[in-house]
Design a protein around this ligand. Structure first.
Ligand SMILES: Cc1cc2nc3c(=O)[nH]c(=O)nc-3n(C[C@H](O)[C@H](O)[C@H](O)COP(=O)(O)OP(=O)(O)OC[C@H]3O[C@@H](n4cnc5c(N)ncnc54)[C@H](O)[C@@H]3O)c2cc1C
Length: 352
């Protein structure tokens, strides 16, 4: 049963997001995520609720500061939106478990990678109460979050979505295997489940059937966009009036970012105009546009600013390492092929 969405969220953030981000100082991403949640900044408008662009602006603002934090923040906010869409808001609250104050809201993640190495099965179930076993890879924030939504299979039936508590028996967060240099702080390690208790959320297939699935996928592009703007800002700060060479770089970066921003704004408006529509093509398209823009910005700003930016500017160096890794969440040519296949039998809407 997929709940009707509206834009009403309980509570309001304390203070504005930019101020909170500026006050984070050198906080590690997991700690920074807690601060954003404590400040109520995770109470974003729901996707398709009329203010999708405001939601994406928050992702871009967080990404502008730190892409690993944005990965954790986007995953947390996506989990809350999924629970809302599947009529399970009650699961979003509650005690957080070991070592944290009882009234501290849990940090969430969504782990949905599938494949022979990434397969979780329902061993037993009694209504919505289930016992899960298996392995899930690519679990961003696994060492830091308290709760996660994981996809799982009950025989051939699935994917189901299940809520797990990371402090439950049989949950083993692996230490090794994450050798990423960019996005290192997300520590997206495998998690093994050995007869772990879980609560099933919705029915088989509901997770993928939601319009929110693709709307959420489009939201990730806003994170990539925020990272690209951080690189562009570094270029802008060093483009003096008489530096014609750098002006060419700045012009190309400006054009790429304007195109990406326009695509994000148009996508957000289209989602709000028809929130129950299939957003697959829209999401694949905007993700590809932003991926290409961000790749261009990295190449152009990197070349124009040269080695000092990569080696002496900690912020640029961090973002330039993180962005290409985060962009690999795009599924590359596979997503392009999926978009092409989707529109191949339609009359393309390319006319102005
Ligand atoms: C930093 C980071 C954090 C992540 N965190 C999470 C998380 O928290 N939760 C989660 O669920 N997942 C997460 N993921 C996993 C992510 O969603 C993907 O599952 C993972 O990146 C594997 O991507 P893939 O399926 O494209 O890889 P593969 O299927 O191995 O594809 C690799 C490449 O092969 C090419 N390719 C594959 N198939 C085709 C095709 N049919 N046609 C043309 N080319 C093709 C594409 O270029 C593709 O990029 C994370 C990934 C990254 C990089």
């Amino acid at each position: 049963m997929i709940a009707r969405r509206d834009d009403k969220r309980a509570g309001r953030p304390r203070g504005d997001l930019d101020t909170t981000l500026a006050a984070l100082g050198g906080a590690a991403p997991a700690e920074a995520l807690s601060a954003l949640i404590a400040g109520g900044h995770d109470r974003l408008p729901w996707p398709g609720g009329g203010s999708t662009l405001a939601r994406w602006r928050a992702f871009a603002a967080v990404a502008h500061r730190d892409l690993s934090l944005a990965k954790l923040f986007e995953g947390h906010c996506d989990a809350l939106a999924i629970l809302h869409e599947l009529g399970a808001d009650a699961l979003a609250a509650g005690a957080t478990g070991a070592g944290r104050a009882a009234d501290t809201p849990p940090r969430w993640a969504v782990w949905a990678a599938e494949g022979s190495d990434n397969h979780v099965t329902v061993v037993r179930r009694d209504g919505d109460a289930a016992v899960l076993s298996g392995r899930k890879g690519w679990c961003s924030g696994a060492h830091d979050v308290e709760r996660a939504l994981v996809t799982c299979w009950d025989g051939e039936s699935g994917p189901h979505l299940a809520c797990i508590d990371l402090h439950s028996p049989g949950v083993d967060v692996q230490d090794g295997g994450w050798h990423a240099v960019g996005m290192a702080a997300t520590r997206s390690v495998p998690v093994r489940l050995y007869n772990s208790p879980a609560a099933l959320v919705g029915d088989a297939g509901d997770y993928l059937a939601r319009a929110g699935f693709w709307q959420g996928g489009a939201g990730i592009a806003a994170c990539w966009y925020g990272g690209a703007v951080a690189l562009a800002d570094a270029l802008h700060a060093r483009a003096s009036r008489d530096d014609a060479g750098r002006h060419a770089a700045l012009g190309d970066v400006d054009a790429a970012l304007h195109a990406a921003a326009a695509a994000l704004r148009e996508a957000a408006a289209a989602i709000d105009a028809d929130p129950s529509a299939d957003a697959m093509a829209l999401a694949l398209r905007v993700r590809r546009i932003v991926e290409h823009a961000a790749t261009s910005v990295l190449a152009i700003a990197g070349e124009s600013l040269g080695a000092p930016a990569y080696c002496l500017d900690a912020r640029f160096a961090r973002t330039a390492a993180d962005l290409p890794v985060f962009l690999r969440q795009s599924h590359g040519a596979r997503d392009a092929a999926a978009l092409g296949a989707r529109i191949a039998d339609e009359v393309p809407r390319w006319r102005l």
